[in-house]
Structures are given as structure tokens and as C-alpha cells.
Design a protein around this ligand. Structure first.
Ligand SMILES: [Fe+2]
Length: 333
């Protein structure tokens, strides 16, 4: 019996050493790799309903840490009513992984259109925030205990911007900026008022401040990479156009400064033009392309597929992308 006890204690001690050894292995390699799903510009209309259900079903079968949506949760002429926004909310809430939305222009900016209901865009923006983003930091979808997002609204100076979110996973930073299509809300329309101009100006300044603060955090924590998420295609080649310059010039200048100061991989994701692409459109002031900057645009209606983003802090490029087709949704001819 004594011998048995001695041997079991010996075994236990060995077990303890093994446990201690595995803890020390874990403590020297805390960086983990993970995947998330990136979609945008879906669903647009009734035709998209079944295709979106299929897309959601496929993503729900995958081990993804979150689902990121680049905005435009309906077409630009679909009604902007609370009912439609709430219906989209409830739909996105069925993702098994946490669901994170970046607002798009169809979701409020373009709601002045007659067929969308001739709303005041600023009023619809308040509704979008109420339905999707308040209280600040609330996420849709399933279990999000592993994901702690921070909202710019926690700063009293930026209390109006609950949609400006950021989070860190395994050392990598993600930041959402509310920069939309329709020239970032500057495109003229008949019922436009000075309040629409003020809204665009203040929101853009808040977005740029949020981006700067996040890059400061990323530099302090020596993050291996940063991902910046917006809705708009910021027209990297459209800088001669004065309206595009007013809409996106400040953002692109700040982005270039941050990318150069950071010196490690930065990815910009966006939707807006419904054109899946991965490219290198950001240049330095001399016109040479910045190698550590990558732009990724989501699929969008009628192409209801998704992009798998693999994030590995130990990979020199940090972010890898793979197109994931839903074969039943493919346009083949
Ligand atoms: Fe869109």
C-alpha cells in the first residue's frame, strides 16, 4: 500500500512537472493564429434572401472568431424604415460568432432618395445607431466573451460615435471608422441642409482621431499588424477630383502617415464597389507603392460569398486572405 502511495505520489509529482512545463511552453509563445469572416454589401434585396441565408449557414459551420461586415446592409433604394433595419439586425444576430458592422451609405446616407423613403439622413443615422450600436460596445451574433471591443463613445468628447469600435486579438489591432460611400456623405441632394455638412465634417474628424489613437496604442504595444475597416472605396486613384478630395483626401493622407510611421503590415478593408480584390494601392508622396499596405475589398451583392482572413501574429505578413465560395450562389454564365 505504502509502495503504491509512493509510486502514485511520484506519478503525481511527474504530472505536476509536466503541467508546469506545459505552462512555461504556453507562456513563451502566447501568440495564437485565428480566422475571421469578412463580408459586405449584403443582403441587398428579396432575391438575396435565400442566398444570404446560405452564406450565413456556411459561415456558421466554420471556426471563425468574428464576422466583420463592411456596411450596406440593404440596397440604396430599399426602404430605410426602422422595420427594415431591425429585420437586418435580427438576421445578423443569427451568426454564431460575434458580428461587427461598419456602417455604409445605403444604411443612412442615401435614405434621402425617394424610393428609400425620402428621409433626413441625419435622422436615419440616429436610428441606425439606436438599433445597431447602442449601448456602445454591444455586439450582435453569438458568444462574444472572448472579444472585448472598445467604443470611441466611451470618451465624452466623442460620445456620438458608438460605431467607432476597436479591439485587439493576440496583439493585432482592429479599428472601425465610419467613412461611407456617396463621397463620405458629401454628395449633393435636393433636400440637403447645413446639418448634413456638419455631420460629415465632425464624423470624419472623429474617425481620423480614432485612427490616430489606435495607431498610437498599436505602436506602444508593438503590435505586429493593424487592420483598418471602413465602408467606402476611398478611390485611391481619384485624388484629382475635388469632391473625392474633400471626401477622402484627409483620410488617405492620415492613413499614409500612419502606415509609414507604423512600418509593419497594415490592411484596409472596405466594401462599396462590390468588387472582390486584394491589391497595393497606397503610395508614398513620391508615388512608390508601400509594400506593407494591403487593401482588401469584400464580395458584394449579387456575389454572396465571403473572405476568410487568417491572422497569425508570428507570420511576417500577419494577414492572409482566401476567397470562400458558396457554390450554390455562384454566377456561372
Ligand atoms: Fe453597396
Amino acid at each position: 500500500m505504502l509502495e503504491q502511495m509512493k509510486s502514485s505520489k511520484k506519478w503525481n509529482l511527474q504530472g505536476l512537472f509536466l503541467v508546469a512545463a506545459s505552462f512555461s511552453i504556453l507562456s513563451v509563445s502566447p501568440a495564437m493564429a485565428f480566422d475571421f469572416a469578412f463580408i459586405g454589401d449584403v443582403p441587398y434585396n428579396a432575391e438575396d434572401s435565400l442566398r444570404f441565408a446560405l452564406l450565413q449557414e456556411r459561415i456558421n459551420e466554420e471556426d471563425v472568431q468574428f464576422v466583420l461586415h463592411a456596411g450596406d446592409i440593404k440596397s440604396g433604394i430599399a426602404p430605410c424604415s426602422d422595420e427594415v433595419l431591425q429585420q437586418r439586425h435580427d438576421w445578423f444576430d443569427r451568426f454564431k460568432a460575434p458580428f461587427i458592422l461598419v456602417p455604409g451609405d445605403n444604411d443612412w446616407t442615401d435614405c434621402h432618395r425617394l424610393r428609400a423613403g425620402a428621409w433626413s439622413p441625419v435622422e436615419r443615422l440616429a436610428a441606425l445607431r439606436r438599433i445597431f450600436f447602442e449601448p456602445a460596445g454591444r455586439l450582435l451574433g453569438g458568444d462574444n466573451g472572448h472579444l472585448k471591443v472598445e467604443s470611441q463613445a466611451s470618451d465624452p468628447a466623442y460620445a456620438n460615435y458608438p460605431e467607432h469600435l476597436r479591439w485587439e486579438m493576440d496583439g493585432v489591432w482592429f479599428v472601425n471608422l465610419h467613412i461611407v460611400g456617396s463621397q463620405n456623405g458629401l454628395r449633393p441632394f435636393a433636400a440637403r441642409t447645413p446639418a448634413d455638412d456638419v455631420e460629415a465634417e465632425e464624423r470624419t474628424q472623429a474617425a481620423l482621431a480614432w485612427m490616430r489613437q489606435t495607431f498610437i496604442e498599436a505602436r506602444i504595444s508593438e503590435a505586429p499588424g493593424v487592420m483598418v475597416n471602413i465602408h467606402a472605396n476611398p478611390q485611391f486613384d481619384g485624388q484629382a477630383d475635388s469632391l473625392f478630395q474633400a471626401a477622402f483626401g484627409g483620410f488617405l493622407t492620415s492613413l499614409r502617415e500612419e502606415v509609414i510611421a507604423f512600418g509593419r503590415p497594415v490592411v484596409l478593408t472596405h466594401g462599396d464597389s462590390h468588387y472582390f480584390r486584394i491589391d497595393k494601392p497606397l503610395t508614398n508622396v513620391g508615388g512608390r507603392r508601400l509594400d506593407y499596405f494591403t487593401r482588401v475589398e469584400s464580395f458584394g451583392s449579387p456575389h454572396l460569398h465571403w473572405i476568410r482572413v487568417s491572422v497569425d501574429p508570428t507570420d511576417p505578413l500577419v494577414f492572409r486572405f482566401r476567397q470562400e465560395m458558396v457554390p450554390e450562389n455562384a454566377i456561372r454564365r
